[in-house]
Ligand binder design. Structure first.
Ligand code: SAM
Ligand code: SF4
Length: 468
């Protein structure tokens, strides 16, 4: 599909609006402060880094509390109902702040408000929300904000679109050594439970040159962990010159010490070639997040996942054979409409068979506008809750021992932050994307060290530095 790219002229217009907002906020008696919060997945976090980048260019500083903010921006998630309820609760809680400071601008954007019925509910229930904008116009944030400062009117901007790609927006990155790099946007898979294709538009890939140039710039700036993002990275570049394994090869050829990880890999399009590229690479993370969703072929079909458990197990086995220290993780949904206890037991069997290092587990959440929302769903919430607890117990047992294989090994670890337990404890990530805690000086933050693993916990490893 041809990629709809936001033109340079349109981006220049937005730069002009950034200057205009800057001129407006310049006359405040203080530097304006923004409080921004992102819900949901890494893609949202990455979008928020761009929204923050634009805010910075518009003269804003940042605060970690909404109480003293001049602007509050929530970037929302629609994947499950509880994420939406949290947003409604948090927006509701802003009412008294707005009463105290009527000049505060409140903005809500992202996947949740891209759904018309939710945007309408937000508009009616919270008249003090100034700006509501969808996923396809995030690059127009400066223009929308300027309209609020200029006219003091409410703005709701949620155009329907197949989606665009906007290059060259300013980015305010959260970390000095970890960077997220979206390689594609949207999704064409239409899993029957999932709202993402509806709110994020059709699948579209960035150009390989643009990605390679961004990543090499980041490495030159000192970034050491690059996370490539896409809803289904394995279909990156479909119809173009560079596919996902090809992109990884190009990134792996760059010089320097760094790790490239990626998510999410859809089992339908995950190939032996991809696994071979990881196995033979210098820089690609030995972590494969391969969401299985269910261990029942009947349910996988109803989910429209386009693979069966035989294909999935073959891939998992191949990955473990080619990359023996690989960390395999997954997503699982419990209580999909029509799922029986027999289906659910097959999920437990598959988990025991694959022995995931960890799993993200979710109770099915009905999403209006998806196919699954129309299916019969006779199992009670209480019953689904029981299954869910059983699933957690099984993964708990598997996860308890999953990291034991790393004890005694020396692993190269990127020091990422201070640990939570005591002053000198640092925390970092191994090439397998496993958390490793060890004692060390803060000056090591952002560099790689060798750590000999002395202990395995269910969620992390502990060790001692052997070389820096
Ligand atoms: N594109 C990724 C893939 O296909 O694996 C997943 C993206 S989705 C944001 C992350 C996870 O949320 C999914 O893998 C799925 O397990 C879960 N999820 C999505 N829709 C859900 C729903 N309606 N109810 C419960 N969990 C859901
Ligand atoms: Fe949703 Fe499926 Fe697309 Fe993932 S691949 S974003 S689960 S529709």
């Amino acid at each position: 599909m041809a990629v709809t790219r936001v033109s340079n002229e349109e981006l220049d217009d937005q730069r002009l609006f950034m200057q205009r907002v800057r001129a407006v906020t310049h006359v405040f008696d203080h530097r304006p402060l923004a409080y921004t919060h992102s819900y949901g997945c890494q893609q949202n976090v990455s979008d928020s880094e761009k929204l923050d980048g634009m805010l910075e260019q518009m003269g804003f500083g940042f605060t970690d509390k909404p109480d003293n903010a001049d602007l509050v921006l929530y970037n929302t998630c629609a994947v499950r109902e509880n994420a939406e309820n949290r947003v409604f609760g948090n927006v509701g809680a802003l009412k008294h702040l707005k009463q105290r400071n009527p000049d505060m601008v409140i903005a809500v954007c992202g996947c949740m408000v891209q759904q018309e019925h939710i945007a309408e509910r937000m508009r009616q229930r919270f008249p003090y929300v100034d700006l509501i904008f969808g996923t396809h116009v995030q690059h127009r944030f400066p223009e929308l904000l300027y309209s609020i400062y200029e006219k003091r009117n409410r703005v709701v901007c949620i155009p329907e679109s197949d989606g665009v790609v906007a290059e060259g927006l300013p980015i305010r990155r959260d970390s000095r050594f970890k960077a997220s790099v979206p390689i594609m946007y949207g999704c064409n898979n239409f899993c029957t439970f999932c709202i993402v294709p509806k709110v994020r538009g059709r699948e579209r890939s960035r150009s390989a040159d643009e990605i390679v140039s961004e990543v090499s710039g980041l490495i030159a700036e000192g970034y050491r962990e690059i996370l490539l993002l896409g809803q289904n990275v394995n279909s990156y570049g479909k119809g173009g010159d560079t596919d996902f394994p090809g992109l990884l090869r190009k990134l792996d050829a760059l010089d320097g010490e760094f790790v490239v990880s990626f998510m999410t890999s859809h089992p339908r399009d995950c190939s032996h070639e991809l696994i071979d590229v990881i196995a033979d690479s210098r820089h690609i993370s030995h972590h494969l997040h391969l969401p299985v969703q269910s261990g029942s072929d009947r349910i996988l079909k109803l989910m429209n996942r386009h693979y069966d458990t035989a294909k999935y197990l073959e891939l998992a086995d191949y990955a473990r054979a080619r990359i023996p220290d690989i960390q395999l993780t997954t997503d699982i949904i419990v209580g999909f409409p029509g799922e029986t206890y027999e289906d659910f037991k097959q999920t437990l069997d598959l988990m025991r068979r694959v022995k995931y290092d960890s799993a993200f587990t979710f109770i099915y959440s009905r999403r209006e506008g998806t196919k699954a929302a129309e299916m019969d769903d006779p199992v009670s919430d209480e019953e689904k809750g029981k299954w869910f607890r059983e699933l957690l117990d099984v993964q708990g047992e598997i996860g308890e021992k999953a990291y034991e294989k790393y004890v005694g090994r020396t692993m190269r670890v990127l020091c990422e932050g201070k640990g939570r337990t005591y002053e000198t404890l640092l925390t970092g990530k191994s090439r397998q994307n496993i958390i490793v805690d060890f004692a060390g000086e803060e000056s090591l933050l952002g560099s790689f060290v060798d750590v000999k693993i002395t202990k395995a916990l269910p969620w992390a490893l502990k060790g001692e530095i052997t070389a820096t």
